[in-house]
Ligand binder design. Sequence first.
Ligand SMILES: Cc1ncc(COP(=O)(O)O)c(C=O)c1O
Length: 507
Amino acid sequence: MKGLPEDANYSIGLLDEGITPADVIDNYIFEQTHTGKKAFFVGDLGKLMKKRIEWQNVMAPIKPFYPVRCNSTPAVLEILAALGTGFVCSSKTEMAILQDLAIAPENIMYINPCKQASHIKYAAKAGINIMTCDNDIELQKIARNHPNARLLLHIATEDINGVEEMSMKFGTTLKNCRHLMELAKELEVQIVGVKFHVSNSCKEPQVYLHAIADARCVFDMAEEFGFKMNILDIGGSFTGSELQLKEVNRVISPLLVDYFPEESGVNVIAEPGCYYVSSAFTLAVNIIAKKAVEYDKHLSSGMEQARSNEPVFMYYMNDGVYGSFSNKLSEKLNAIPEVHKKYKEDEPLFASSLWGPSCDELDQIVESCLLPELSVGDWLIFDNMGSGTLGERSTFNDYQRPLIYYVMSFSDWEFRKDPKGCLSYFPPWQTVSDQQSGESWLSFHRPAPIRAAETRTWMTQEQPQVPSRGERRTLSLPEVPDHPEQDSAVPARCQQISFPLHLLTRH
Ligand SMILES: Cc1ncc(COP(=O)(O)O)c(C=O)c1O
């Protein structure tokens, strides 16, 4: 079973039991051996669903608002919307993407700390009212351009020792909150809550103690001014590890009980980004050029195993920092390559560095690592590539974003029916079955763009027409049976997919 490439009407390959996304990668690598050898992603949307369930289990009742900039591919946004996630946008483009997907504006916040006036106007027209603010110039700008805006005051957070300020760039002080409230009163702008963001460089969850206590002070201050505040946004920086999530929860739960008990009526929300998407996407890249250079102590620092009489290899890949590795420029990405081809355990390893295709000195993906000797045409696999890689497209050096092949296991697809699955309205996907190959897909046909202030939700959305895909037969959901193999409406082959496994296997 294959995944299918992302396009406006994306499809999701359903994987039979025992078939993994790694098999799908092998399959595409095999196919591409004779064609273009282009970089590509495989996105396991089942992982995304599981993350949403994990969040529900560990962090409920904190409602997640997903930052669109982390990964704005329609499949990701649609699944998260279906699973009851809200969204935070940092630009007009991101708001427009959500509008095209018919996501209700009340589930969207616009939280860029430095907003363009035209983007604020766009939000006003779209009915996106909640936005953040941390200074008076921003407040005046919002008052001028969005009379119905409802603000979250963005407060700065500090580390527990108060030595290093964690969010120096954004967020205001408690003292300035009073000033902003006075100004908001004057400008007749509503303030409805507080937002803070604990930087992901902060490894100490106790920083939440200060931030939540400060937020309480701002809520008390707001009462003096007559603002009715009911939102506390605790920001992002959840790594994706369940352990970290539990640790954060262990710290914040008692604080929330003390400072914002249920009876206070305050809705606590968070902005998990890479938590959801990072592990769901794997990138396969091809080596397009190779250089052997002489061993150099400086080049090879940290390469104790490398020997000075051996060459150091520089490999150039067909994707780099001006493409899918853009997070590398902000030091947020620790890219770990995995060699796709099989190699012997006792094969010699060489000091190596990995570069993107731009010939720019910034385009270095891995400074130094030990790899067996690779050839031009070999493939490298990078896991955890779902965050920061699939947002707005860069046009640098004619960059074309790699295709994305979406997959989901049958069991994950069936999981949507689990009553604990917290799935309210699933995207209007339909199964598409290929009679010749016996393969099946989930297919989504995006409805016509819905712009301006229209508010439609999944509940009210009409079932769209399935696009015809050549010879493929289409079947409608939600008629997918609980036990598909017993239902004659679904072709038996649909459940008997034989995956075309090839000789190339992931090492
Ligand atoms: C607005 C906003 N909130 C939160 C985050 C944090 O995301 P993460 O949880 O991936 O650190 C981001 C990251 O891009 C963001 O843009």
